[in-house]
Design a protein around this ligand. Structure first.
Ligand code: FE
Length: 280
């Protein structure tokens, strides 16, 4: 059994290929990430889940701290997943990368004003900035990244400056915020790039595809990288099949399709995305 917080049709096709190659059947249960953590924790040893896949390293870490994973011994995973994209105790491994970056309306702000995360706190952006609420795990992970990069005092000042620049009350999801940038209600927002990718590809309809053309991504250097990833559950009765499933998803043959399904990035390289200008 696989519990997954990802829900994209192309994932299914990849899981079918895994079954064709290995003879191992995949029984998939998809739900929201936090609901899956809660469910697995309630089910305990009786859980039918062998693999838990979640969006955001903060959630994977939470699941690990609740003892929902068992360590995996796999040379293939250690090789495929860079050290900064996996748990140091091998309880979970990243499978795709996602980036959170400023997205702006070029009619409202200049590129130089939004070239770094820190620049979003500059008073020149007063009344221009849109953000997700503080409970968003994406924001929490970005703050953790900034604490690491800048230290506590600078991070506090950064958050205070950004709050002072808010154009309107905080949003509860990324897509409406990107639409607000396109429509000029926000000059700039902080969002995950795959949400814009979905709009650009027309996944969300023609109206969103047109709106997406008014939005430009500013890639800070370094950019905040997060992951979707997975691990073998503590309760798993088929841990070696579960390990093989994760090895398959991290393999070269599966990687690009798995990431592209959600307009994310594979574990290594940006070659397939001309929109990402920083290189690897
Ligand atoms: Fe998301």
């Amino acid at each position: 059994g696989v519990y997954s917080g990802r829900h994209y049709n192309t994932d299914q096709k990849l899981y079918e290929r895994f079954t064709e190659e290995t003879g191992i059947r995949v029984k998939l249960l998809e739900a929201k990430d936090d609901a899956l953590i809660e469910r697995l924790s309630k089910e305990g040893d009786n859980s039918p889940a062998d693999v838990l896949i979640l969006a955001d390293a903060a959630r994977l870490d939470r699941a690990a701290n609740q003892d929902l994973f068992q360590p995996i011994e796999s040379q293939a995973l250690l090789k495929a997943v860079p050290a900064d994209l996996r748990d140091s105790n091998n309880r979970w491994f990243g499978l795709t990368r996602r980036l959170r970056a400023p997205m702006y309306n070029a009619n409202a702000v200049k590129p130089i004003q939004v070239r770094s995360y820190i620049s979003l706190a500059d008073p020149s952006l007063k009344g221009q900035l849109c953000l997700r609420n503080r409970r968003s795990v994406y924001n929490q992970s970005l703050v953790a990244f900034m604490l690491d990069e800048q230290g506590e005092a600078a991070t506090k000042a950064w958050i205070k400056g950004m709050v002072a620049n808010l154009a309107q009350p905080v949003f509860s999801s990324d897509t409406p915020m990107i639409r607000a940038v396109a429509q000029g209600q926000c000059g700039v927002a902080l969002a995950n790039s795959y949400y814009l990718g979905r709009m650009q590809a027309g996944d969300k309809g023609d109206a969103d595809r047109k709106l997406s053309q008014k939005v430009t991504v500013s890639w800070p250097d370094p950019v905040h990288v997060n992951i979707t990833g997975g691990g073998v559950t503590r309760a798993s009765r088929n841990p070696s099949a579960a390990r093989r499933f994760l090895e398959f998803l991290s393999s070269n043959q599966a990687q690009s399709g798995y990431a592209a399904a959600n307009h994310e990035y594979p574990l290594q390289g940006f070659a397939e995305d001309p929109a990402f200008p920083l290189g690897d």
